[in-house]
Each structure stands twice: as structure tokens, then as C-alpha cells.
Design a protein around this ligand. Sequence first.
Ligand code: FAD
Length: 501
Amino acid sequence: MSGAGPVRKVVIAGGGTAGWMAAAALSKMLPMQESSITLVESDEIGIVGVGEATIPPIKTFNAMLGIDENAFVAATKGSFKLGIEFDGWQREGEAYLHPFGPYGHDINGIKFHHFWLKLQKLGFAVPLNEFNMSAVAARHYRFDRPEHIPGPAGPALDYAYHFDAGLYANFLRSYAEERGVVRREGKIEQVQQDSTNGFISALVLDDGTHIEGELFIDCTGFRALLIEQCLQTGYEDWSHWLPCDRALAVPTARTEPLLPYTRSSARAAGWQWRIPLQHRTGNGLVYCSSQLSDDAAAGILMGHLDSEPLAEPRPLKFVTGRRKLAWNKNCVALGLAGGFLEPLESTSIHLIQAGISKLLALFPDKDFKAHERDEYNRLTASQWEHIRDFLILHYKLNERSEPFWRQCAAMEIPDSLRRKIDLFAGRGRLFRYEDELFTDTNWTAVMIGQGLIPTGYDPLVDAVPEGPMKKLLAAMGQSFRQAADNMPTHADYIMRHCKGV
Ligand SMILES: Cc1cc2nc3c(=O)[nH]c(=O)nc-3n(C[C@H](O)[C@H](O)[C@H](O)COP(=O)(O)OP(=O)(O)OC[C@H]3O[C@@H](n4cnc5c(N)ncnc54)[C@H](O)[C@@H]3O)c2cc1C
């Protein structure tokens, strides 16, 4: 037991997605009878307001909070997400879906895609996504919860959500305030430090109020008021690998059918997202400003909308990379204050969730032990780097003709990604490293989707006779199609179970 005792006074600076996720989780997990959590936010500054697509681990976060899923989807006017369609990423006119959930199932401990690869080489022309339940359902715009799907198809389906970012922050705010989190409205004008050790001691608001704390969580978005402006932690810039540095976001009217997946369409010097919600569609263009002017970017975005715009496009600027330390002194940075990775695989909200989980696992005593902070920073760095590599993969393996895309195809990539590509290109081998978010399925989907078909397959597959293997695959494909046929459409499912008011 530490003599200092655990931290009891937490101050969260910022009330966007990151701030309210942290407030909700800490209010659930800390002993609130002896703790105080204060969140400061400024309505005048507002939130970034994008960040509407998620990945399956968010279900674990909601379960930890004890949130009812139907109520959550209704309150955020959300929809269900079975994967991401990448349109034109390998070449113009071709698309593939990166689905959630596994491909088939392992046989004799060997990954399913090896069996598929062998059969492909023998002329079996069934696409890999026929063996992924989420992909089959997505293609038919269907959705159901796994527990309602009979047989092995049920556990094979995985999903996440699309939601309105503003409504999500409101939803978590009600949750956190009910559990005792105190919200302070006001602008942080000054961050005070202890003169002996440089630790943050208080936030000073524009009305002169001092908010003192022991642990400070910086959720002030791109401003990074505490972790950077005060503590000058430093930033690792990754824009030589991920050169897009601007975005324009615009909502449009809802269209039918309501797609149960995000769409990402490659454009001349970047890509466009499309996120279907109950009341509108979220759209945006992520682009590289050295290759495309802001006016040209607006023209591309507005020229590729599939329904009427509901607002003017909103510009955002960013530099891809991460804060050198996610936890510095007594300050932990979450969300955009901690760094930025473009939303190609919807990973930012997940990184907030992962940051909170690690903070809870290493929740500090008042003496803030350096080795606990170091462990947090080590784990965070490795998680960010794995995701960075996965994003670079999408750019590296393109065959598009525009200068931006040719430069991406020619760029030097991190050694860690080079190893992954080489291992997969040979015999489809993949290894998941410590704390790596993306699984074999994710890597397989994108490598094959981007046209990297391994020249071989795991030789151990040859121990399984081909006849039964073909039968097994045919039966699996059929059972997935049947399961999808029996599901309601995505729109019907929402109307019946989680319609927002
Ligand atoms: C173009 C784009 C698309 C994205 N798409 C996705 C996606 O699909 N999926 C995904 O997971 N993520 C996505 N993200 C990331 C996602 O938006 C963020 O991770 C998420 O919104 C968290 O933002 P935040 O809370 O860190 O910052 P913000 O939303 O910017 O919140 C900052 C908070 O700090 C407060 N604040 C700042 N300065 C002060 C001050 N001086 N005084 C008081 N308060 C202050 C603000 O008022 C606000 O409450 C996207 C990001 C961008 C830029």
C-alpha cells in the first residue's frame, strides 16, 4: 500500500467525446463517495463535432457503463455498422468491404483464409467475404443482433455503431452527472503548475475561479491546453506516412436504403467518408493540402454527395501523429489532445476508450509513480503505432494513377509494416503483436481488398483433404446467406428497436 493513497480529485479539461467518455467511465469505476470529478468545458468554444463511426470494442465500453443498447442507439440517432466499404482504394471503379467479425473458422488451428487461398489456387472462385457473416448481411442491408441469429452464424456476426457525435456527448454527460460528476462552464485561461515539480495544480477560468486537482485529464481537443501548451510534451509527426492534413465535413439528408456500413471513397488527393445515421448522413473529405486547394476540395466533396446538403462544409486542420507522452507528470491526454489519426478505420474513439482502460488499470496514487506512468506511455505508443501501420497499408497498396496516390505507393514505410506485408505476400502469414487492435481478419480483409493476394498458403493446409474442405466452405457460405435472408433490413431493425425521437 502506498503512503500517498490513491488520487481522489480528478479534473477533466474539455467536454467533447473524450471528456465525457472519461467522465462517464471514471464516475462508474471510482469510489464516488470519496472522490470528486470536475469537468470544465466551454460552450462558446464547442466540440469538434465529427467522429461518428466506431469499431466493435465500443460495445465493451458500453457494457462496462451498463448502458442499454437500444436506448443508446435511439438517444444518439445511431445506426449499426458491420464494416467499411473501400471504394476506389485499389483502383477506380472497384470496391471491397472490410467487415467486422471473423472469416469462417480455424481448422486444425490454421486460419481460415489459408484454406480459402488454397481453394482459390485450385479455381474455386467464391469471394472471401462470402465467408464473413457481417459482410453477407451488409451486402443485403440487413442487421440483427448475434443472439437472435440461430446457429453458428450468430456468433460470427460482429458490429459497431454510427452515431451523432453531439448527441453522444450529451448522452454520456447525463450518465456522468447522474453519478456525481460536476460540470463547470467556462473558458480555461491559465494552467497553474506546482513550482517544485512542475505538476499541474489548478485550472484558472475566465471568471477567476480556480479548479484544483490531483489528476488532470486533458481533453481540450487540438488545443491540447494542458499536455502541450502548459507541459510542452512534444509531438511525433507522422505526416510523411499519412500526408492528409485537412478535412471538410458536411451533413446531408438521409437516403434509402439505410446502409449498415461506413463508406470510404478514394478521391484525387484524399478520400471521402459517408456515415449513415437515422436523421441524416455524415459526409466529409479528408485531403492533402499540398496537393489540393481548399476550393477544389470543397468542389469534390459537394460534387459527390448523394443527397441535399443540410449545412455549409466545415473545415478542420490536423497533423497526423501522437503526443510524445500520453501521460506527463500528473496529466493524461485523451482524444485529439493526445494526437490524431485520420478516421479511415474509425479508430480515434477507440483510442479514447483504450486510454481510459489503461488509466483505470494503472490508476495512480498521489505520488504518481514513474514506472506506472512509463508503462502507460509504452502501451499507448505501441497501440498508436500498430494502428498507424494499418492505416498506411491502405495507402501503400494502391494502384491509382493520380500523383498523390503514386507518391503514397512509392513511399518508404515503417519496418514493422514492411515485415507484415512481406509475410503475408508469401504464404498469407499474419502475426498479431502485443496489444494490437486489428486482428488477422482486419489485415486479411485490407491486404486482399487492396489486391495483395499471397503467392502461397500455409503448407499445413495440405494435411486436410480438398473434398471435405470444399463441402465445408460451401455449407458455411450457404448458412451465412440463409441467416442474412432471415434478418430484418437495417432500417426495419432500427424502426422496431431503437428509433430516435
Ligand atoms: C475530420 C474528422 C473525422 C473524424 N471521424 C471520426 C470517426 O469517424 N470515428 C472516430 O472514432 N473518430 C473520428 N474522429 C476523431 C473524433 O472526432 C475525436 O476523437 C473525438 O471527437 C474526440 O474529440 P475531443 O473530445 O478530443 O475534442 P473536442 O471535441 O474538440 O472537444 C474539446 C473540448 O475541450 C473544450 N475546450 C477547449 N479549449 C477550452 C478552454 N480554453 N476552456 C474550456 N474548454 C475548452 C471544448 O469546449 C470541448 O468541450 C474524427 C476527427 C476528425 C477531425
